[in-house]
Design a binder for this molecule. Structure first.
Ligand code: DX5
Ligand code: ZN
Length: 220
């Protein structure tokens, strides 16, 4: 089995030292920079916008994994492509014409991700799973960092892994919310390929060592 990818979420970074925290991720064993965009409508919080993403892109050396928690994400597909996003993930719950949105993301040269809220059943992706590059399973309700992990996620990931195998899809399974070195291994056992971690990494005393610890506990 291939190595689990770790995507530190910059939402929990120190914005007064953003360049420092991005460079820390660059030099660490992390695989992607996870970038959370919230609009105060789809989720009850606003994170940061284009000027900040532009700064992140300027310093980041790893793929940019952009997670859009916004209504009507089609409006910004082109903008995020121009900003340098590698993966662009939209929420299932925010897309009326999901198939079209996925195609539009790919047409801009990005990998297409679809995120599922904790209440959204994985079977709703059955008809598009072959078109998706990443399925992001929310293991907390989106909108805030530092929440506790929802235990039902394991069952959901197992069912999603089965769907991906049955449909011969190449989609990666990404887990977002409340990830720590305590649940990393079980998430990978259930079928996860990518683990996002915000607070666990950036609120620790040594984020570089924590990223390493996360990677090791995922693959042990
Ligand atoms: C939450 C965001 C997450 C968040 C994770 O809505 O999508 O990416 O930063 O933070 P932690 O790891 O602290 O739960
Ligand atoms: Zn996220």
């Amino acid at each position: 089995m291939s190595e689990t990818k770790i995507a530190p979420s910059l939402l929990a970074a120190d914005f007064g030292n953003l360049q420092r925290d991005i460079e820390l991720v660059n030099k660490s064993e992390a695989d992607w920079h996870h970038i959370d965009i919230m609009d105060g409508l789809f989720v009850p919080n606003i994170s940061y916008g284009m000027p900040v993403v532009k700064t992140i892109a300027q310093y980041a050396t790893k793929p940019l994994d952009v997670h859009l928690m916004i209504v009507d994400p089609d409006r910004y597909i082109k903008t995020f492509a121009e900003l340098g996003a590698t993966n662009l993930t939209v929420h299932y719950e925010a897309c009326t014409h999901l198939h079209r949105t996925i195609q539009a993301i790919k047409a801009e040269g990005m990998k297409a991700g679809v995120a599922l809220n904790p209440h959204t059943n994985i079977l709703l992706l059955e008809d598009v799973i072959k078109d998706i590059d990443v399925v992001l399973v929310m293991s907390v309700n989106p909108g805030f960092g530092g929440q506790s992990f929802i235990e039902n996620t394991y069952e959901k990931v197992r069912a999603l892994r089965e769907l991906i195998t049955n449909k011969k899809s190449k989609a990666l399974i990404e887990i977002d919310g409340g990830v720590t070195s305590k649940n990393a291994k079980n998430l990978v056992k259930a079928g996860a390929d990518v683990l996002v971690a915000g607070s666990f990494v950036f609120k620790s005393d040594d984020p570089t060592a924590t990223i390493k610890e996360l990677k090791e506990s995922a693959d042990q």
